[in-house]
Design a protein around this ligand. Structure first.
Ligand SMILES: Cc1ncc(C[n+]2csc(CCOP(=O)(O)OP(=O)(O)O)c2C)c(N)n1
Ligand SMILES: [Mg+2]
Length: 336
């Protein structure tokens, strides 16, 4: 990250705003780290990480209207759902598959986010299916003349799936207020970027669908904020969709069931750790004396306390009743 003074001020962000962005990034990181410990202790079945992608997720979310816009996140988007209002406790309820998990009442794997009250669309397991859904939300917004945007994310490997092309083409033809952010972490499980995409970039595909495509440094929340903010303005001005490719790193294995040392060298992993976006943003805030030692210590304690309490409460929370298994599968008499 370059040592430029107050880049956030130029973007219209206050010192409190950037501290809040940092808080959400660090919270996402710490929740994720706790989940790995719980998984390795045999307490939760599965983890799929946000680590390395927090800057893109949180920087983008803060550029949106988190009171009115819709988000269709993918499984790594802990930073997006936290920014849209899902709580730490709710995320642990999902990890422990408890009845009060807001995403699915403990039915889905962790990472399958969905929370109506925060306008987070329910995701499905086949990758990229969320994109046409987000385009549908944008179509509805246009038809109902609502001044909102629909935000959708996916991995770069998933951008080769048919839904990506069909969804973006439709969004381009109808000039819909949808912002698509591809979080390019350069791997699709074990498949490296050069075996996934033949062209120069995913962003380049935007032109084919009649929309601008921007590649951006996804390790810097402010750079991501800037492009998403511009995309948001375009969307609300009726100028149509935007494609953004945020270049990130996947700091962990694909999931808790994967061993990335089987396909990434020790040197590659060590080089990558040097680019840690959470540490880099802390550095920026420290250089400007916005994150003082005192504030950092207090923040770490606050987040650790929040995560400890949420872990305990979620672990002790009840599982769903067996009779509830068929709920929401068939319409119920008098049901919603
Ligand atoms: C249609 C479909 N094909 C395959 C899978 C299995 N799968 C789950 S995640 C994944 C890799 C996706 O890579 P990418 O889009 O780059 O996202 P990343 O995990 O790197 O963030 C695959 C192949 C799936 N869920 N859906
Ligand atoms: Mg990837």
């Amino acid at each position: 990250m370059s040592k430029v003074d107050n880049r956030h001020k130029e973007l219209g962000l206050s010192d409190d705003d950037v501290l809040d962005i940092y808080r959400t990034m660090l919270l996402a990181r710490k929740i994720d780290e706790r989940m790995w410990l719980l998984n390795r202790a045999g307490k939760i079945p599965f983890v799929i990480s946000c680590q390395g992608q927090e800057a893109a997720q949180v920087g983008a979310s803060y550029a949106l209207n988190r009171e009115e816009d819709y988000a269709a996140p993918y499984y790594r988007d802990l930073g997006v759902v936290l920014a849209f209002g899902m709580t730490t406790k709710e995320l642990f309820l999902a990890a422990f598959a408890k009845a009060d998990d807001p995403n699915s009442g403990g039915r889905q794997m962790p990472g399958h986010f969905g929370q109506k009250k925060n306008r987070i669309l329910t995701g499905s397991s086949p990758v990229t299916t969320q994109l046409p859904h987000a385009v549908g939300i944008a179509l509805a917004a246009k038809m109902e003349k609502k001044s909102i945007a629909s935000f959708v994310t996916l991995g770069e490997g998933s951008s080769n799936q048919g839904d990506f092309h069909e969804g973006l083409n439709f969004a381009g033809v109808h000039k819909l207020p949808v912002i698509t952010m591809v979080e390019n972490n350069k791997y699709a499980i074990s498949v490296p970027l050069e075996r996934q995409v033949a062209g120069k970039s995913v962003a380049d595909r935007g032109i084919a669908y009649g929309m601008p495509g921007h590649q951006v440094n996804g390790n810097d929340p402010l750079e991501v904020y800037k492009v998403v903010k511009e995309a948001h303005e375009r969307a609300l001005n009726g100028e149509g969709p935007t494609l953004i490719e945020a270049m990130t790193e996947r700091l962990t294995a694909h999931s808790s069931d994967d061993n990335d040392k089987a396909y990434r060298t020790k040197e590659e992993l060590e080089e990558m750790k040097k680019t840690d976006n959470v540490l880099a943003f802390a550095e920026y805030l420290k250089e400007l004396n916005i994150l003082t030692e005192e504030k950092e210590t207090a923040l770490i304690k606050e987040l650790d306390d929040e995560i400890n309490t949420a872990t305990d409460e979620a672990e002790n929370a009840p599982y769903a009743e067996a009779e509830d298994a068929l709920k929401y599968v068939y319409a119920e008499e008098g049901g919603e």
